[in-house]
Design a protein around this ligand. Structure first.
Ligand SMILES: Nc1ncnc2c1ncn2[C@@H]1O[C@H](COP(=O)(O)OP(=O)(O)O)[C@@H](O)[C@H]1O
Ligand SMILES: [Mg+2]
Length: 437
């Protein structure tokens, strides 16, 4: 479990500090304020490698660079390893363009899975990516992690080690097709995971595997897994919508990493990990509002089933008011936390602030839009917001001109719905003016 991060002079803010909660951590903030960056740093702290360094085919998750190159930069972190809390402060070494590592064996945070927003995935497995012992000496000969570009999640991952290319993962298409052919536990587990991640239990909502299919008579000999939908018995997974593919990839990566980890641990005569950490960027990515509302709860439920004997920590970035609203029934300040990034005006420019916020229930989802999480002035169109701002200005004036009132009335008519609750206030204002004449 990751317990603490403290960044100085690195990334978008001069300083960022967060004391993470043990179960769920939600991160909100405008585009470009550092949500994905914080997840990259969390992954690095846990595994000590930047995803881009492990797999240059990624188009994000580069080594963190100091904000002001000539000033010292540090990343301090604390995590719960297998046995105890451990902390380290790493310094940036400009000459090497890298972060100074702790000497000796790294800490073991448990199984770490990072779902990036573009469909890349990174997995760090304590049974397969940890150090080997040769005699009494620790040597790092194993892979530093499994880092998949979006295409490699589907088609498989090859990794070159010591001049030899090894197939380290077959990918979703081949593995899932094989699981279906074997008719064993793996196919059942995939079906179960997909069902749990579905937007609801309703038959038309449930992600239900169909038969193996082909997508081309002449050009593609692969058997492609399919899904049943409300209108078809078999949509090849390659033709499925972006939302469905995102969730299928998530289901596969969660299952693949856990199954392979258990297998490796058994072969090594070790216990499976007692901690699982899931980092997930833009949790709502490609999902319809109905699905955005259920995905977080589904993930927590799934974790409980998949990792019965392990604790699970989720660190998720989101832009969705539905995700925050969906956490209201179960959010528990003892084990959950919400962090928000804001741009605070500062002279001519501004600076990024990271703050832990009190999570209070807001009920109506539009209340989330106007909360500190999303900072909208009005949960309406830009035109409606401008019209209401002008109307409120007039309401505050002692003697607003008739032309202004007519003009603003016209703007409101153009941008508000007939049933908008603002009409109540506006009509009252107009009636009181009529009465005063
Ligand atoms: N490797 C890096 N080194 C230093 N700063 C970075 C790095 N990657 C991203 N950043 C900082 O983070 C900002 C982008 O933030 P990002 O996390 O992608 O935003 P979002 O909140 O939308 O996910 C950039 O403007 C830059 O300041
Ligand atoms: Mg981002």
């Amino acid at each position: 479990m990751l317990e603490y991060l403290h960044l100085t002079n690195v990334g978008p803010a001069p300083e960022m500090e967060l004391e993470l909660a043990s179960r769920l951590n939600l991160i909100t903030g405008d585009n470009g304020l550092g949500k994905s960056f914080l997840l990259d740093v969390a992954w690095w702290a846990l595994t000590r490698r930047w995803p881009q360094d492990v797999n240059p085919r990624l188009t994000s998750s580069y080594t963190a660079r100091p904000t002001i190159p000539k000033d010292p930069a540090t990343i301090e972190f604390r995590m719960k390893s297998k046995t105890k809390s451990v902390a380290y402060t790493s310094k940036y070494i400009p000459r090497d363009e890298s972060w100074l590592g702790k000497a000796g064996r790294p800490w073991n945070p448990g199984l770490v899975i990072y779902a990036q927003s573009d469909g890349s995935f990174s997995v760090w497995d304590p049974a397969r990516n940890y150090w080997k012992t040769k005699g009494n000496v620790d040597v790092q000969e194993r892979l530093p992690g499994y880092v998949f570009s979006p295409k490699e999640v589907w088609d498989g991952l090859n990794v070159e080690t010591e001049g030899k290319v090894n197939r380290v993962c077959n990918g979703l298409l081949a593995d899932w097709a094989n699981w279906i052919r074997e008719k064993g536990d793996a196919a059942k587990n995939m079906k179960n995971v997909l069902s749990r991640l579905s937007p609801s239990k309703a038959i038309h909502d449930r992600l239900e595997p169909g038969p193996l299919t082909r997508i081309s008579v002449f050009q593609d000999a692969r058997d492609i897994p399919s899904l049943k939908t409300g209108y078809s018995k078999a949509v090849p997974i390659l033709h499925a919508s972006s939302g469905v593919r995102r969730v299928a990839a998530l289901a596969y990566m969660l299952l693949w990493s856990w199954q392979e980890h258990r297998l490796a641990a058994r072969q090594l005569g070790e216990e499976p990990a007692k901690q699982v950490i899931l980092l997930i960027d833009e949790l709502e990515c490609h999902l319809h509002p109905r699905w955005q509302r259920s995905i977080l709860r589904s993930l927590l439920d799934l974790a409980r089933v998949l990792h019965r004997s392990a604790t699970i920590q989720i660190i998720a970035a989101t832009h969705s008011p539905l995700v925050l609203a969906s956490a209201e029934p179960f959010f528990d300040a003892k084990r959950d936390a919400w962090f928000d990034l804001d741009l605070t005006p500062d002279g001519h420019a501004g600076h990024v602030d990271l703050r832990k916020r009190d999570f209070v229930r807001l009920g109506d989802i539009s209340n989330w839009l106007t909360s500190e999480a999303f900072d909208l002035k009005e949960p309406r169109s830009i035109e409606a917001e401008e019209a209401i701002t002008e109307a409120l200005d007039l309401l505050r004036k002692t003697s607003p001109s008739a032309t202004d009132v007519t003009r603003v009335n016209h703007l409101l008519k153009k941008s508000l719905s007939e049933s908008d609750r603002f009409w109540g206030r506006w009509s009252e204002f107009r009636e009181s003016r009529e009465a005063a004449k």
